[in-house]
Design a protein. Sequence first.
Length: 407
Amino acid sequence: MNSFLLVFSLVLFFVAAWFAWRYYDLKKRISGYANIIRNRPENLPTDLKGFEDLSNAIASLQTTFDLQLSALDSDNAKLSAILDQLTDGVMIADANGFIQFANPAAQKLFEISNALGSSVTEILRNHQLVDAWRRCQQTGEMQSESVELPARRQFLQLIAIPDTHAGGSLLLAQDLTRVRRLETVRRDFISNVSHELRTPLASLKALTETLQSGALSDPEAGPRFLGRISTEVDALTQMAQELLDLSRIESGQVELILAPLTPKSLVTSAADRMRMQAERAGLKLSVKCEDNLPNIRADKSRLEQVLVNLIHNAVKFTRPGGEVSLETESANGGVRFAVRDSGVGIPAESLSRIFERFYRVDKSRTGSGTGLGLSISKHIIEAHGGKIWAESNEGRGSTFYFVIPLN
Ligand SMILES: Nc1ncnc2c1ncn2[C@@H]1O[C@H](COP(=O)(O)OP(=O)(O)OP(=O)(O)O)[C@@H](O)[C@H]1O
Ligand SMILES: [Mg+2]
């Protein structure tokens, strides 16, 4: 009996020892496995003895997780590329009004280098915009506000959208400066056109009334008034044509017909067209053209129109006995044309404005002309990829230059 008990206890001991050892071994392997998961999850062993099912399940979980992570990464990259490239400013503020995110456009619009952590008030620096954001926080509704910032010569629009989950807000800022400027230009343009139309129309009215009230039968005054009517109609027609040209060129409807062109032929043919007019005004018109100039690619009739406009101005603003000269020479990367006159000149403060539509230095002095010639010329030169500018010495003369690049 005793020996049976002894054997039984021995067996029991060995069984317990075996289980203890198994338990110890398993614990050791599991903690080793846990260590691997913690430190090198990319090298997970799939053959954890006795736990194949578990390790397989973890490995497949990890693969799914990796896939989701990389999809998330690529979504993130797309989103941040969009936010980086967006021309509108985007900012996210938390519930306390601290900026958590700002894209480059927002930093540029508000002229800040690092917006993160700054307060909305610090960034917006304008009480109307800050009020809009506050209203959005208080009401939980979208708010929008547009302001002009005279110091920065900017027109901004801010849209504040509440974030109902986090209690913060999304701020979108748009720079409307260009749109506003275009609106102003359009308004000015319309008022200028109506103003320019009023003068010739008023003279036409006065002239016809005079004719109606008896001047028609006057053998001397009748034809004179008719002649003046014809001049006014010509001026109106020219203005209508110039306006049409300008709007076509500005809207890109005029297609340039580019072809190789020798600078000399261009200058000579423009000079030939204007020679009579210059001589009639008592002016000497000369052409200087550098030899061996390279050909340019240009629309001949358009460039000739520019030269004719410039010569026409030179003739108009130079007193009899003066000189007008056309010069052509190579400039770096292109050919430079110049129309030089010894005329009345242009005051320094007007030099930057003469290329604007309808701008005339001294409306009483110029007499005929609508102030469109130079702005048409500027558009034509820019459509060729070139540049046009003027230099002048008041009382001594002006020179208009333009460069046409070689390619
Ligand atoms: N060579 C020049 N000398 C002096 N002033 C000039 C000269 N060229 C242009 N200007 C000034 O610039 C203004 C604008 O010129 P622009 O050619 O655009 O208009 P315009 O000659 O008055 O009219 P348009 O050309 O439409 O008939 C002129 O009114 C004139 O005041
Ligand atoms: Mg002109």
